[in-house]
Design a protein around this ligand. Sequence first.
Ligand SMILES: [Mn+2]
Length: 376
Amino acid sequence: MRKRKGKNDVVRFFEKEWSSFLESIDDSSKVCILFDDDADGVASASIVFKFLKETYSISPKIFPADWNASTREKTIRRIKNSSCTHLFVLDIPNFTHAEEKSLKGVKVIVVDHHPPLSERPSNYINPRIIKKDVYFPTSCIVYKLIKNKKYSWISSVGVLGDHGVEECKDVILDTKKLFPSFIPTSSIKDEILLDTTPLGRLTRITSNAIVLKGKKGCITAVKAFDSVKSPWAILLGKSKYAKNLLEWNRKVEKEIKKILREVEKSKIEDDRVVVYTFRNRLKIKSIIANILARKNPKKVVLVAQLTGDKVNFSLRRGAGIRVNLNKLVSLLLKPIPNSSGGGHPEAAAGRIKKKYFRMLLDNLFKEIKKENNKSS
Ligand SMILES: [Mn+2]
């Protein structure tokens, strides 16, 4: 029989690297975890944290990542100063070779799923090295490496947070087997799970904690996952950390409702594009953009959040429009000085000075009109 290279083989390829890193950990080791500040990062860190505690009786120190280079340096210094011997770097696309080198004496392993780095850290697990277009969120990779079904519900939160359900259905099905009423649907799709299931609710609770509380939200979420054995214990507020998450979630949901009401007044649209603008102190534009994309299934959606003299924006597309948003965003940002941005075909984001906002919007409407004429 011909052997087909299934997608799970992609993770199997890294098993040796993973286990030899684990074998180097012993009773005298001090383990740290550096992780991305989103649901996938938190879920990945939680799985590794629980696993190390349960298998090695080690309580790792956890560090949510910084995206600003100078505060990032501070975090790296804190890791160095914590007499850490082993560092897991989870879901961070730009952990550089230089950063690893500056941590000399610390054994580092990076697990990630973003486009592979050109200068790779010495222990680097990223399925995209093997298969360019595979999309396994980091919490799914970590789950497949550790292979313990009791962590599947945490992995599911990370997978759904990164909209990676399509390629990680097995993780969701493992969870459904353990906790049937946590996923009471047979339709295993990102949007349905997010909108209609307790798994979706737990994923939003996790993201919202980070939106409201930043690093503190990340750390509390990891502790909340660590403090329980079942997702219901968090949803029902059974620990002090879970209670915190629920309280923060209520605040953010209230804020989201308020923004969704206000943003309607700012709407500019034609038959293919819709633009919304708002101000808020929370980093909330991508959540708002996801909701508004579902309300506009046939349009490209741009959601702009104004802060000072800057505009941060998210681009999304409704289910019925096929524009490559990654290409679109680089095209739109090209003529704009000091702009930054990027993303995926189905979701992108950028940051510009406010004085160029008008120009960005004019070009957006023009580009989509062009696309439309080409395809009709
Ligand atoms: Mn991720």
